[in-house]
Write a protein of this length. Structure first.
Length: 358
């Protein structure tokens, strides 16, 4: 159902322009209360020129204080555009935009993987919380957070991945997708919980990205972050990074898609014939734990070909990727005032953290 009349977004249930009843819980009306001007924190006015089933597809957002405005295009408020941000951020966003518009598949293994990335957080933790996701990619975790019972979850991403994320979450009334730069978020300190999975290490300044994200969490709220670790990844830093930096992040994603089939085939073969089967029995697991990179390869062994190719492609496509020392990661948390953060080593190759904002 399309409506192209000019409609307004008053907080009440009645749209004065179209003289029709509009339900108060349409996607963007709920979203509005969490948004504020990224430049001056002023209140935002939203107007719609095209709606579909109560959702704004095309429209505009305007700051009532400073007059700045931003478009809503294909259902997504656009507070940032890839061609307007710094070159290093744009290069990363272009690659991931392509990645998440190509690898749009969903997988039943995402839930377990997500909960492992944000442990000790559980499904129940999301109940009634207002949640922010920094760097939502194709929206798989925004979707899960909404399904776990969050009151509202806002997934932000700088790249064209928002197109896929919007399509993946548009049927969930409590899920919202916004195109924005994690360094310049269009919201105040309104969130009960913020999380970021696999994003901060791709930023030009990961610590500053972490600080920006966590600055949107209210005192007493919580934060989770997961990043690549430096420890145990010496082989990637030494052998894979130079290839990624000089070749794979520079060639066209289409060519990388073909080339990545070679390492993906190796990963797929060893996980399906060695790591997966061995780790399924206690006796085999005792042998497998001596194998190279066992904890991680065991964790992805259950995924099929397409998901494993996504993982390999993801590791090769990014122009920027930092491998972060545990001490450095712990320092990020201390710097935002989280003294007793729950920081631990995940899959023997990465750091995950959880803490409460003072
Ligand atoms: C490896 S993907 C992870 C996506 C998602 N968290 C997941 O696990 O499926 C990294 C994401 O960070 C996003 N990103 C990179 N730089 C960003 C920035 N400055 N602001 C917001 N998002 C950014 C990319 O566009 C990409 O979608
Ligand atoms: Zn403003």
């Amino acid at each position: 159902m399309k409506a192209s009349t000019q409609v307004c977004l008053d907080a009440d249930d009645f749209c004065h322009h179209s003289r029709k009843n509009v339900k108060n819980h349409s996607l963007k009306e709920t979203l509005k209360k969490y948004l504020s001007c990224p430049a001056c924190q002023g209140a935002l006015e939203i107007s719609a020129t095209e709606r579909e089933d109560n959702e704004i597809i095309t429209g505009a957002i305007r700051c009532s204080s400073c007059g700045h405005d931003w478009p809503i295009i294909r259902g997504v408020p656009r507070f940032a555009a890839v061609d307007e941000v710094e070159q290093d951020k744009a290069a990363t966003a272009e690659k991931f935009g392509w990645q998440w518009q190509h690898f749009t598949q969903s997988d039943p293994g995402y839930e377990k993987q997500f909960l492992a990335w944000i442990a000790p957080v559980t499904k129940k933790f999301f109940k009634d919380k207002v949640v922010l996701e920094g760097g939502c990619g194709k929206g798989r975790h925004t979707q899960l957070a909404a399904q776990f019972g969050a009151r509202d979850v806002i997934g932000i991403d700088l790249s064209a991945a928002v197109e896929t994320a919007f399509a993946a979450t548009r049927d969930l009334p409590n899920a919202h997708i916004v195109q924005a730069d994690i360094y310049n978020l269009p919201c105040g300190r309104v969130f009960d919980y913020a999380f970021s999975v696999g994003v901060l290490h791709h930023l030009p300044d990961p610590r500053a990205g972490f600080k920006s994200l966590t600055s949107k969490v209210r005192p007493g709220g919580h934060v989770s972050a997961w990043v690549y670790g430096a420890e145990n990844n010496g082989w990637i830093i030494r052998w894979v990074n130079p290839i990624r930096e000089r070749i794979t992040s520079r060639i066209s994603p289409r060519l990388l898609l073909q080339l990545s089939k070679i390492p993906a085939a190796i990963v797929f073969t060893v996980t399906k014939t060695v790591y997966g089967p061995l780790n399924r029995s206690p006796r085999g697991a005792r042998i497998a734990r001596h194998l190279f990179y066992n904890d991680y390869l065991k964790a992805i062994a259950g995924f099929g070909w397409r998901e494993q190719q996504t993982i390999v492609f993801d590791h090769l496509v990014a122009p920027t990727a930092f491998y972060i020392q545990g001490e450095e990661f712990a320092d990020w948390w201390r710097e935002i005032g989280v003294a007793d953060g729950d920081i631990n080593w995940h899959n023997s190759n990465s750091w995950r953290g959880f803490g409460q904002i003072p």
